[in-house]
Design a protein around this ligand. Structure first.
Ligand SMILES: [Zn+2]
Length: 409
């Protein structure tokens, strides 16, 4: 094994660059936020995701000063204790427990309706079908919009569902009036009926709703999203009906939205940063050409109405706006686009800093060693490597670390 000289690497910030994923739901060419991150000149590429973490399916790469590179997962296997500290390295098996992403979502396509299993179900699914569920761990996640972001988030309030039924009587095929006083059974039953409609049933309801919107000029946010996605998915995707059961929410830059285990959700448009536990376990049920696992989804989903409440960040002593979530694998904060200087300590844990925008400079106050980060590049700051000055030059910096084990040395 070719280990890099440890003293040099760990006496300053370590430069890291993420990887890109194309997908049918990504924005196209230079309209994608990811285009400038990866300096893409391909105007046909659907640049959907930029991954900055150590997940083995698309690890980021450490960029050494001599020009050589090493995948971040392999780098951490070599140096986990030095980077993450002993207790985090032990708890997370020498892996980085969180993953930062940038997503750029084409509104004509949207992302699939999905849910992520809790820890227990993730272990079971991984044991049963490791190729479909690659990780034995859960995937709580938080979305941090860079532009206004629209998403489907859990089930609607009953009053709003009633309004949907009044606007679209066709939905009575899956929601019965007499189920409204049956607690969470209302949504369990509606979801089960929806996925039992089958090959003929779904198109019948979808086309009836489409022609009602056209004929009666029905106007509401749900109708607008339905019409847009109907063009993309045709008549037979269950997601076109599921969206009437779910909250349709818009969140703004500066807010965060936390997605706990088993909550059905789908990002429909916009650009955002995501931070999540390092897992790629997705159970899909609609708005997707990918494999659906309807039986698992129906079994796992949380069937109560939920009011989506965006998380408002709180400024910490380092000047970062920090989003608190129940997840122990990550804590994420950011400084908004602009120019300024911040001081970051690694006393309590390793940090990953991702720069978006023109340029950020990260400099060790102990050794003076520095890295300059272009759009999308990151610096890995090992635990107890001292304090760092972060200088933003028309840039925004996202700071991620492990939340749950404060004294991680
Ligand atoms: Zn998700």
């Amino acid at each position: 094994m070719d280990l890099k000289p440890i003293v040099d690497i760990f006496s300053g910030p370590i430069r890291v660059r993420g990887g890109v994923k194309t997908s049918s739901w990504g924005k196209v060419g230079s309209s994608s936020r990811i285009s400038s991150i990866v300096s893409s000149t391909d105007e046909t590429a659907r640049l959907a995701e930029y991954w900055l973490g150590a997940h083995e399916s698309l690890p980021a790469h450490v960029l050494f000063e001599d020009g050589s590179v090493q995948a971040l997962d392999s780098f951490l296997r070599d140096h986990a204790v030095r980077v993450l500290g002993e207790s985090v390295a032990r708890r997370y098996h020498n892996e980085l427990p969180f993953l930062l992403k940038v997503l750029s979502i084409n509104p004509e396509h949207g992302l699939s309706i999905q849910a992520h299993p809790d820890l227990e179900l993730a272990r079971r699914l991984h044991a049963q079908a490791p190729s479909r569920y690659p990780d034995p761990c859960h995937k709580p996640e938080i979305g941090l919009p860079l532009t206004p972001v629209t998403l489907l988030y859990g089930f609607k309030a009953r009053e709003r569902l009633r309004e949907m039924l009044d606007l679209f009587p066709e939905l009575r095929a899956i929601v019965h009036e007499d189920e409204f006083d049956q607690g969470s059974e209302l949504f369990r039953s509606a979801f089960s009926k929806l996925f039992a409609l089958g090959r003929d049933g779904v198109p019948a309801v979808v086309t009836a709703i489409a022609s009602r919107i056209k004929r009666d000029g029905v106007r509401c946010p749900e109708a607008e999203v339905f019409s847009r996605l109907h063009l993309q998915y045709g008549d037979s995707d269950e997601g076109l009906l599921a969206l009437f059961l779910m909250n349709l929410v818009s969140i703004q830059p500066g807010e965060g939205i936390f997605i706990p285990a088993n909550l059905p959700h789908a990002y429909l448009d916009g650009d955002l940063v995501e931070c999540m536990a390092c897992s790629d376990n997705v159970v899909r049920a609609g708005l997707t050409p990918k494999v659906k696992d309807v039986a698992t989804l129906i079994e796992m989903v949380t069937y109560s109405s939920i009011a989506p409440v965006p998380i408002v960040p709180v400024k910490d002593e380092e000047g970062f706006l920090v989003f608190t979530t129940p997840a122990e694998e990550f804590e994420v904060g950011y400084v908004a686009q602009g120019s300024g200087s911040y001081c970051i300590s690694t006393d309590l844990g390793a940090r990953v800093l991702m720069s978006l925008g023109e340029k950020s400079v990260v400099r060790s106050l102990a050794t003076g060693r520095l890295v300059e980060l272009s759009d999308g590049e990151a610096a890995l700051l090992p635990i107890q490597s001292g304090s760092f000055e972060v200088i933003c030059q028309n840039s925004s910096v996202y700071r991620a670390g492990v939340a749950g084990i404060p004294n991680a040395g």
